[in-house]
Write a protein of this length. Structure first.
Length: 211
């Protein structure tokens, strides 16, 4: 599909206005949001990641691509969050301490909202203390942790440790995700589960809540 290829290329080039325009046009052409997201936008970011790894582009280009992605997501957000399902549960989400990547986390958040969950998003670089304070205060059904930068995986373990220290570990289910995460890591730190993408995350959480 040409429009999706165009979106992918505009992300790679970090052309914000073009990404917004093409995203709007794709919606007008009734291209499904999932395709715009996965075959256009996320594919673009994957290419950006590869170019960065092979040092063909550097942090400024990474930043531009990230900003263009965020602009596009702001257009898709109202559609992704539209839900006529009655509230099914409460989720607190955030990117762990030391990590500033939030595009994936924002998508997870939108898809949870769209699936009927009430979501509190704590943002990026969230300390273990802030996560656990929020669990105590808001009593969510689920705590969702995201990370993209491998060294910050350890911060997920800090959250698990503090949940236990403050005696709230059994009050909340913990799901973790992000590119450097897998089920083994979830088992290692004692999280309830891992999911590779938002739909399988929602499915897992629905199962935990018996929905
Ligand atoms: C955009 C980007 C940035 C932007 C981020 C903008 C933003 N607001 O997020 C900026 C420029 C800030 C950035 C900074 C850095 N980045 Co960066 N970045 C990327 C890039 C290109 C895309 C990330 C992205 O958004 N992907 C798209 C989203 C949709 O995918 P996702 O995050 O994986 O999320 C999906 C799933 O993982 C899952 N998911 C995610 N979280 C959760 C949580 C739960 C609970 C569940 C169920 C699922 C789930 O669902 C999401 C949707 O499908 C990646 C390359 C790549 N291929 O990913 C590098 C990448 C992640 N960055 C990298 C690096 C090294 C850095 C820097 C250290 C660079 C530097 N030298 O400064 C800094 C780190 C700063 C820090 N301390 O965090 C490396 C990480 C390598 C590693 N293994 O650790 C990567 C892989 C690039 C590379 N190939 O080298 N980055």
């Amino acid at each position: 599909m040409d429009s999706l290829k165009g979106i992918e290329e505009a992300i790679v080039k970090g052309r914000m206005d073009e990404v917004k325009l093409l995203t709007r046009q794709a919606l007008e052409q009734k291209i499904p949001v999932n395709d715009i997201l996965n075959t256009g936008l996320i594919k673009g970011l994957e290419t950006v990641g590869k170019l960065f790894e092979s040092q063909q582009i550097f942090v400024p280009e990474l930043l531009m691509a990230g900003m263009a992605m965020k602009d596009a997501l702001s257009i898709l957000k109202p559609i992704m969050e539209k839900s006529d399902i009655p509230p099914v549960g409460k989720v607190v989400i955030g990117t762990v301490e030391g990590d500033v990547h939030d595009i994936g986390k924002n998508i997870v958040s939108m898809i949870f909202v769209g699936s009927g969950f009430q979501v509190t998003d704590l943002g990026i670089d969230v300390s273990a203390q802030k996560f656990v304070d929020t669990v105590e205060k808001e009593k969510p059904d689920v705590l969702a942790l995201s990370c993209l930068y491998t060294p910050t995986r350890l911060a997920m373990n800090d959250v698990m440790r503090l949940l236990k220290e403050r005696n709230v570990r059994n009050d909340v289910k913990v799901i973790i995700g992000g590119a450097p995460i897998d089920q083994n890591y979830a088992n290692m730190i004692g999280a309830d589960g891992y999911a590779p993408d938002p739909p399988s995350g929602v499915k897992k959480v629905m199962g935990w809540l018996g929905k």
